[in-house]
Write a protein that binds this ligand. Structure first.
Ligand code: SF4
Length: 456
């Protein structure tokens, strides 16, 4: 972790990355706006989505116990993981119990968050990504840079070259998208038909019925949740929805906000196990991983309403220039700026709440009405408060200013002193230089308002 300012500087220096990002985010933004404009009741849907998630969070223990009971009743097994290490160990134990050294994966941010692939690799188990973009990132030994489009930072030529070096085994693919996709398709078909254990995340877990839902666009998720003998789902505890009817709202909000589609191409929903139909074993791993700490923060807890649509990333003026890697987390963009510091602890990501211009565009598009700017300001205040005991130039400067502003006589004396300086200040010394790096400090006027008032 280098912190957002340093990581962003490196990203901004990459002209190709900025071109790729600019093109992709502009296109997605326009499509989403058109898809949302088709619905007269979009604002009412957003209100409903926010209310459903708020209810789920306010009654979280009850909903999770309902979910556990109903998954178990339908023949599934539920295990609880306090943190990523526990969750990884559970998944590895299940894979080992079935004697496999390989498993296939549906795209899942929760598994990326806990470093599941790396943890499994340390136990000699390979996790094969089956989502096209995740596969690209895995083959390139890279990191995802967008929630929905993990390889948004790579263009077609870069991906074709990567496939030629890896899964196409030297075969020339050219730049035709269908030829590039065909190489991935052939590679993945073999995995779907031969690997016995699959791991998925969950977009929703319905407490009322014990059903788990995964939405995706490529059909790879459908293959993973139906073909293998064993299915393991890792679900963050905030993904629970109280009732089946809540899906009516969520399945309208999510596709229009994420891929700008009216309906999601593949929506897989399963409830436990069923003889001669789909996997013979189903394991649900419920992950806390810092979420109950987030829930304890009255302002910050709304971040748990997120349905990972990525609409806030595509409208963010900061994200669309730096890309996702600068956030040093699987959750980039505005949602990452409020979720990562809360999940990891503010001391481990103290610069992220400042990775925003506070323009409010993220709040306007969020389908579950997360007031990201308010949470950002709240987290900034927490960072400053929690750093109170630590020495910082900003803190020293603020203490000095507080003394100057405390009395009128001190304030006027300071004004007279400052007037001795000459014109605008282009660069402040030492640690204060950061302030003047992007702006000029105006000089103090020859006469203050009070002096002007007095002599008139
Ligand atoms: S914060 Fe809102 S807009 Fe951003 S990814 Fe989450 S649900 Fe989507």
């Amino acid at each position: 972790m280098t912190g957002f300012p340093t990581a962003a500087r490196a990203a901004l220096a990459d002209a190709q990355l900025r071109r790729n990002l600019g093109k992709a985010t502009t296109a997605i933004r326009a499509k989403r706006a058109a898809a949302v404009a088709e619905l007269d009741d979009w604002e009412a849907l957003r209100d409903a989505g926010a209310a459903i998630k708020a209810r789920a969070l306010a009654t979280l223990p009850e909903q999770l116990e309902r979910l556990e009971a109903n998954v178990t009743r339908a023949g599934g097994t539920v295990q609880w993981a306090r943190d990523g290490a526990e969750a990884c160990a559970i998944v590895a134990r299940i894979a080992e119990a079935h004697g496999t050294r390989e498993l296939i994966k549906v795209k899942s941010l929760a598994t990326d968050e806990i470093g599941l692939n790396e943890a499994l690799a340390r136990r000699g188990i390979s996790a094969i990504e089956t989502d096209l973009a995740e596969l690209i990132v895995q083959l390139a030994a890279d990191e995802p840079s967008h929630i929905l489009v993990p390889a948004i930072h790579l263009n077609r030529a870069e991906i074709a070259a990567l496939f030629e070096r890896t899964i196409a085994r030297g075969q020339r693919l050219g730049l035709e998208p269908s030829a590039i996709a065909e190489a991935a398709r052939r590679h993945l078909r073999e995995q779907f038909l031969s690997v016995p254990v699959a791991v998925s995340g969950a977009n929703f877990g319905v407490a009322e019925t014990g059903s788990i839902g995964v939405v995706e666009s490529e059909g790879n998720g459908r293959m993973c949740t139906t073909l293998p003998q064993v299915l393991i789902t890792l679900m963050g505890i905030e993904k629970v929805l109280p009732e089946w009817r809540d899906l009516e709202v969520m399945l309208q909000l999510l596709p229009r906000s994420s891929t700008a589609e009216r309906m999601n191409p593949y929506t897989s929903i399963w409830t436990g196990v069923r003889e001669h139909d789909g996997p013979r074993e189903f394991h649900l791993v419920l992950l806390d991983g810092g979420r109950t700490d987030v829930l304890a923060d009255e302002v910050g807890r709304q971040a748990l309403r997120c349905i990972r649509c990525s609409a806030c990333l595509n409208v963010c003026p900061v994200y669309s220039r730096t890309g996702g890697h600068a956030y040093e987390s699987v959750y980039p963009g505005p949602i990452g700026a409020i979720l990562t510091p809360q999940l990891r602890g503010l001391d481990r990501a103290p610069t992220l709440p400042w990775a925003s211009s506070l323009c409010g565009a993220c709040y306007e598009v969020c389908p579950v009405k997360i007031d990201i700017p308010t949470v950002l300001v709240h987290l900034r205040a927490r960072v400053v408060r929690e750093a109170k005991s630590r020495w910082s130039p900003e803190r020293l400067a603020m203490d000095a200013l507080a003394r100057v502003f405390a009395t009128r006589s001190r304030y006027e004396r300071a004004q007279r002193l400052a007037r001795l300086g000459n014109g605008p200040i282009a660069q402040l010394p030492g640690p204060l230089s950061g302030w003047t790096a992007m702006r000029e400090l105006p000089g103090v006027p020859k006469e203050s308002f009070r002096e002007w008032w007095r002599h008139r």
